[in-house]
Design a protein around this ligand. Structure first.
Ligand code: NAD
Ligand code: ZN
Length: 233
């Protein structure tokens, strides 16, 4: 067992106090998904979409990484084989816990994207619609979030990592959002073993060799201990 790819979703940040995607009634923080995370919504009501992500960005300063983020950061530090944490989350809790070998496939709250020149800028404050891009001068900065219908980031790097993975682990994701939901099948085709750690069985549970159910803050540290002690023997 040398190479690991880990996919994380909103469930890993739930115990830090960040709401998961489909809360009560299928709403995300009181909004229908199509009203805040589609390119059409941005065109129709930029003020609503920007304000929604401004609130999510501001909330980051009120939360901290939990034991699951910390355990993955430890695995990243100590694992001598290849490792890649692919997060669907737009929060920054993995990196604040110290993880380095990671990427945000659905963008980041603390980043702004220029719709005109594709420049990306670290962003920690509110981002009003019409904010001018310092790189090209167009009034086109938007939240650096991959909306439904847009291509996730770094798909080639993810595919490359899956192609040489011995183990694929999915943590705290409902398996409802593609292409991430298809990684387990891809990993299997490439010959990796597959493990799911989640509170409830996900839509794709049947694809995993093993599923462990429980809160990430308990399951992830236990799994990381297992991996690191097996690696030492
Ligand atoms: P999801 O809300 O669809 O699914 C969350 C999953 O986590 C569920 O299967 C649930 O059973 C599980 N879960 C809940 N609490 C848990 C816990 N304590 N421990 C372990 N598992 C737990 O989220 P998703 O699959 O990530 O997909 C939704 C999309 O929403 C993503 O693309 C993401 O960009 C976005 N999103 C991100 C954040 C964030 O950045 N923290 C929050 C909400 C939504
Ligand atoms: Zn620009």
């Amino acid at each position: 067992m040398r190479n690991i790819v880990i996919l994380t979703g909103a469930g890993i940040s739930a115990e830090s106090g960040i709401a998961t995607f489909r809360g009560p009634g299928g709403l995300w923080e009181g909004h229908r998904v199509e009203d805040v995370c589609t390119p059409e919504a941005l065109t129709r009501d930029a003020a609503l979409v920007h304000r929604f992500y401004d609130l999510r960005r501001a909330a980051l300063s009120t939360v901290t990484p939990n034991r699951a983020h910390e355990a993955l950061a430890r695995l990243d530090r100590e694992w001598t084989g290849k490792l890649l944490i692919v997060t669907q989350n737009v929060d920054d809790l993995h990196e604040r816990a110290g993880a380095r070998r990671m990427l945000h496939m659905h963008g980041e709250l603390r980043s702004a994207l220029c719709a005109a020149c594709e420049a990306r800028l670290p962003w920690s404050d509110a981002l009003p619609p019409g904010t001018v891009c310092p790189a090209c001068g167009a009034a086109a900065l938007r939240p650096d979030i991959v909306f439904f219908g847009e291509m996730p980031y770094q798909m080639e790097r993810i595919d490359e990592a899956l192609s040489c993975a011995d183990l694929f682990v999915s943590i705290g994701t409902s398996g409802a959002v593609y292409p991430a939901a298809g990684f387990v099948q891809l990993a299997r085709q490439y010959g990796a073993a597959t493990l799911e750690l989640n509170l409830d069985p996900s839509d794709g549970s049947a694809w995993f060799d093993e599923t462990r159910l429980g809160p990430a803050g308990t399951l992830v540290p236990a799994w990381v201990d297992e991996m690191l002690s097996a690696n030492r023997t």
